[in-house]
Design a protein around this ligand. Sequence first.
Ligand SMILES: [Zn+2]
Length: 384
Amino acid sequence: MNIIKFVLGKLNYSKEENLINQSENIHTSTYSEDASLLEPSLVANNSIWDYKIMLLRSLHKLKCNEAKILDERFKQYTGDVSPIIEEFISIGLIKKACIIDVLDANMTVQIIKERLRNLNVSTSGKKKELLEKLMNTLTEDEKANWSGEAFYIVTKPGWEVCEESNRKFKAEIKKIEDLAIEQFCKDNPATGCKIISNFFASAPFNTGINYAEGFPGRYRLTVKHLMNSNYLIDSTNLIAREAKIIRATIAAHYLLSFRQLESRDIATKIFLIKDDFRCLEIEDFLNNNPTGIFEYCNPSDQKEIIEIFYHSLTSKALHDVDLKEYNSEKDRQYLKGVTILGGKENCIICKGKENHYSWERLETIPKLPRYPGCICCYAAWLKR
Ligand SMILES: [Zn+2]
């Protein structure tokens, strides 16, 4: 634990500067007028993006002579990468490794044995011996490709530092999520979305969407639908107030999960809100339908029921938004109508169902999801 504290303290030195720069960016963003709605600590909450820890993770299994490619990405946040890498090595967070260490980190004994067996090489001995045998089976080309190249490997203390940072990150995410949920519950979905997009706008790397401009319309509308949706709520044992909190939690979770590497467990979250959560419609469905996509499901397992509930509610909201969007494109010359892309082998109930609907027949198009857990979606039906 001491090394963790030491390292985290040591790595923080350039953070303050970044914090100030990032806050300025946020204040000049489209949503600066809403800054007062955010907790001050969260407006300046860029400390949760720990660039040095990100750099540390990126180094794992990277060829040493290719570490320079990270410079571009990290330079503006951490300064030159090379001295930081030296620092990581000197305090034991990473080490330079040869190919055998990389194989060791990547392969289980079982996999190594399987390869050796395929090459008719004896599979006796401990992992170290097996790895050496495997090394000897590499072709000249493979050896040439690896020779002279050393790799970085994150050490156990290195991973402990990452874990510690991860815990901090999760705690901060929870704060953001709670703030957003509060706004969603107050029928304020726009502000909830802004809290979350401000968070993404502070991310160091481009995630494909300019979050400084907020979430695209599709996501904002989806949240609105989620908040207003009665789908599946009527058939649950939820009272109205709880339904609202659960929908708000799902909405915040949906936005935060979007392009977020951190996975959060919505089922557990809903358990925390209401530990006797039930959804009779889903239980009924699971009890009365053949196996297939739900083969792994146990209808009495509340956690799985909540997962299906979450999936159904969010996909219903998304599909509603999509269908409305397609409807507004009726005049486009190249579109014939709307088609349903089936979940193929996974969506057993939808399999073989009609999937093309011309504009004239669009009113008869089935509402998706067709059943809890259906993974079909709407798409444009193009003229040939
Ligand atoms: Zn389906």
